[in-house]
Design a protein around this ligand. Sequence first.
Ligand code: C2O
Ligand code: CU
Ligand code: CU
Length: 474
Amino acid sequence: MNNQSKKVPLLVTAVIISVIVLVLIVSFWVSSMHFPRNQDYFQYKNELKIPPLLLDRNSDPNTADFVLDVQSGETVFFDGRQTMTLGYNGSYLGPVIRFKKGENVNIHVNNQLDVSTTVHWHGLVVDGEQDGGPHQGIQPGDSWSPAFTVDQPAATLWYHPHLKGDTADQVYYGLAGLIYIDDENSEKLNLPKEYGINDIPLIVQDRRFNADGSFDYRTSTMGVVAGDTIIINGTVNPYLNVNKEHVRFRILNASNSQNVDISLSNGVDFQQIASDGGFLEVPLTRRSIFLSPGERAEVVIDFSRSDLDKISLMSGNQPVMDINLTTASAELTEIPDSLTTIAPINSIENLSIRVFELQSMGISGTINGKFFDMNRIDEEVTLNESEIWIIRNTGGMMRSGGHPFHVHGTQFQILSRNGQTPPLHERGFKDTVYVNTGEEVAMLVQFTHPGIFMYHCHILEHEDNGMMGQFRVS
Ligand code: C2O
Ligand code: CU
Ligand code: CU
């Protein structure tokens, strides 16, 4: 080809790209025009809602039967205003489901919506068929009854829909809930464990509301517009009353796309005791906890010596919950200095390596250059064989940023972040890892259950728009 014929397609491409970029910029600008935030909605404090514990309908201690009804409803976030929402056994979010390690669990999911859904157990290590991914769609009016044995240590996991192309909407409108796994170790450890008293779930989400109380969920091809209101357990402007004692918080970032960075207004340290997959070996002193969408952390805060009667929980520099400190209680004075043992990582030299390259463009993205295709298996993985997965965020176009990379059917261990040993809080088991632009994370993965599973970006709009792949374990 001579020079002349090369230049013409180049020029055409340049023109097309600039037109696309212009259209995207205009559509983003239109979609992000701000509706005035009506102040009096936001000034009232509401007591933090504590999700109910889901009743186990089976009296056999080794078997559990749970029922989840997926429903639509109306939720009052602001006095006198109803918001159309979705929930499990209620109008927004769902109950906490408690499993015991070793238990045989049956869950009966009834889809009472007029659209399809799925229920995925995020972080749970079960066969692909029980995982609740896009292949386990539940039609309107239908039921799905997965059954599995819990064979992983104590942890705080969660559940949410995973319908192909429609996860982000369903989660935004309210479909999410927590799962607690208890085991012998968690039961004997001297940690706060009175649910709702000194063992408090915190489901953190960013939302935006219209003046009539309805959600104002905004996306465009450029990306997602962050919510201007952090709600916790579905509560706007929450307060929580606790005793002056050690209080444990199990924090889930259930936002669709926003990261959170949680700290205390008085700047004091607290102890992180668990990450996604369960306890860390030892409590870690932290001043703030960064969580990308899908990640969890458990922390214990010692309020026993505080002379304040109110501390705010902060997300970044925004107060998001008042913690009112009431009477002193002397029940627990020290938390244990050893929480669990994590077997050291053996030689990794002969393990096979897979590389996953993340790229995003506005609201969509690819993994290894491919958009999700339900009819394509991207990776074949051997059951019970350890592998090294390398996740590389190579950037992209238009507001490309970090991606929380999540893998189903396993809890992995981070080997390195940008070639360095990972920070202490990333040395426990994880199922979701944040990989910022230009970063590279290597992790040790092993799959002990067969089936088809997903890996994807946990920015739900990225997931819905192609940033997902699937692998078969056999
Ligand atoms: Cu929390 Cu594939 O999901
Ligand atoms: Cu998952
Ligand atoms: Cu992403």
